[in-house]
Every structure is written in C-alpha cells, then in structure tokens.
Design a protein around this ligand. Structure first.
Ligand SMILES: CC(C)(COP(=O)(O)OP(=O)(O)OC[C@H]1O[C@@H](n2cnc3c(N)ncnc32)[C@H](O)[C@@H]1OP(=O)(O)O)[C@@H](O)C(=O)NCCC(=O)NCCS
Length: 191
C-alpha cells in the first residue's frame, strides 16, 4: 500500500482488515511481542481482532477522530506493526501515543524510532497538537531508548502501576512537546 505518511524506513498507512488481520492476530497472541504491552494477557480470537480492526479503521477515518490508528509498513510494503494516537483532545492539543513492532526479527533496527518520528510529525503538523503523552513499563529498555531517540522525556512515574508477567511494574510517563520535537530530528508534513 504505497500511500500514507512516510519516513526514511516506514510508512504509516490506514488499517485494512483484509491486509493486516493475519499479522495482527499473530502478534497480539505472541507472548514475546506482548511481554511489555497492556494487551496480550487474554487470548485474542480472530473474530474479536477483525471486529477491532474494522471498528478502529472506521473510527480513524472520521474527520475529527479522537482515536487514530495506523498500520506500520516498511517502504516496500511489508506490514510490521501498529502505531496509535489515542484520546485526542483537540481543545487542549493533547493526545496519547503508543506502538509496537510485531515482527520480532526487526526489533532494534530503527523501525520503531522512525515510526515514532513520522507519527510525531503527523500529530504536530497535520493534527495541530502541541503535547504527546506516552508511557512504558519499567524494564522495557527498547521502548525507553526508542522514546528517547524520538524526543520524549520522562515526566514521572506511577509506582508499581501494572502487574505484568510476574511483577508489579512502574509505569514511566513520557511527554513530547512541540518545542522539543521542533528542536530534534523532525520530519515535516507542511505544504
Ligand atoms: C519497543 C519497540 C516499539 C521499539 O521498536 P524498535 O524498532 O525495536 O526500536 P529501535 O530500533 O528504533 O530503537 C530501539 C533502541 O533500543 C536499543 N535496545 C535494544 N535492546 C536494548 C536493551 N536490551 N537495552 C538497551 N537498549 C536496547 C536499540 O539498540 C535501539 O537503540 P540504538 O538505535 O541507539 O542502538 C519494539 O521493540 C516493540 O514493539 N517491542 C515489543 C512491544 C513493545 O514493547 N512496545 C512498546 C510498548 S511501550
């Protein structure tokens, strides 16, 4: 699918159940992929995943959507993950972001960072937001490093907030402000 928002490594494209269901189903049922995610602790049935994909694709397509989710594809069209902008509050210019790269063999090769940078440009230049909030569970070093490279900074923690795979873990809270984004290695989607 050669249309969407492009960076150097990835393109954020509309969710499409026909195109993205099989991978998404495989990833959300893979304990290694969900080891640090808030999903994945109950089995995801095909019907439920299809329903989620279709509903989320429709919701993301609406003008003024408050939940916008993209599939992450490489520039040659391989589907590798999901990138979301949630709880979009246009009045205050704030949203919450989250993502995963489902293809485990591709972790650590820059795809997560590139997709975060593309998403940030989309949020600031296209949606006109001013502050992106995010979070990861303490111990998720890839996520910590990726967020840092994408310009997010730690702003606090909820101690031992979530039970995940054998322990209560801090939720590390992150912020990416428009000013910090502009000062960093930013893509721009301006005309
Ligand atoms: C977290 C995630 C999105 C990051 O995407 P990615 O493509 O792997 O990330 P990148 O390659 O852009 O960046 C990862 C960085 O972490 C580094 N890294 C990898 N493993 C690490 C470790 N154990 N300790 C420290 N740094 C580590 C990489 O070297 C890289 O940094 P570098 O470019 O400075 O070398 C992806 O790994 C993923 O989806 N993991 C599973 C689900 C998940 O945790 N999602 C995020 C929930 S908050």
């Amino acid at each position: 699918m050669a249309h969407g928002w492009e960076g150097d490594l990835v393109r954020l494209v509309p969710l499409d159940a026909e195109r993205h269901l099989e991978n998404a189903l495989r990833w959300v049922n893979d304990p290694e992929v969900t080891g640090w995610l808030l999903i994945g602790d109950t089995p995801m049935a095909r019907g439920a995943e299809r329903e989620w994909l279709e509903a989320t694709a429709a919701e993301s397509s609406r003008m003024g959507a408050t939940n916008v989710v993209f599939a992450i594809e490489t520039l040659d069209g391989a589907h590798i993950g999901t990138s979301g902008i949630h709880h979009i509050d246009y009045a205050n210019g704030v949203a919450h972001t989250g993502s995963y790269i489902g293809e485990k063999g591709l972790w650590g090769r820059g795809y997560g960072t590139d997709s975060s940078l593309v998403r940030a440009a989309y949020c600031f230049d296209v949606l006109g937001l001013r502050l992106l909030c995010s979070a990861y569970l303490e111990g998720n070093e890839r996520s910590r490093r990726m967020s840092e490279k994408a310009g997010y900074r730690e702003v606090g923690r909820w101690p031992k907030r979530y039970w995940k795979r054998g322990a209560f873990r801090d939720e590390v809270l992150l912020a990416l402000e428009r000013e910090a984004w502009e000062a960093g290695p930013a893509y721009r989607f301006t005309t």
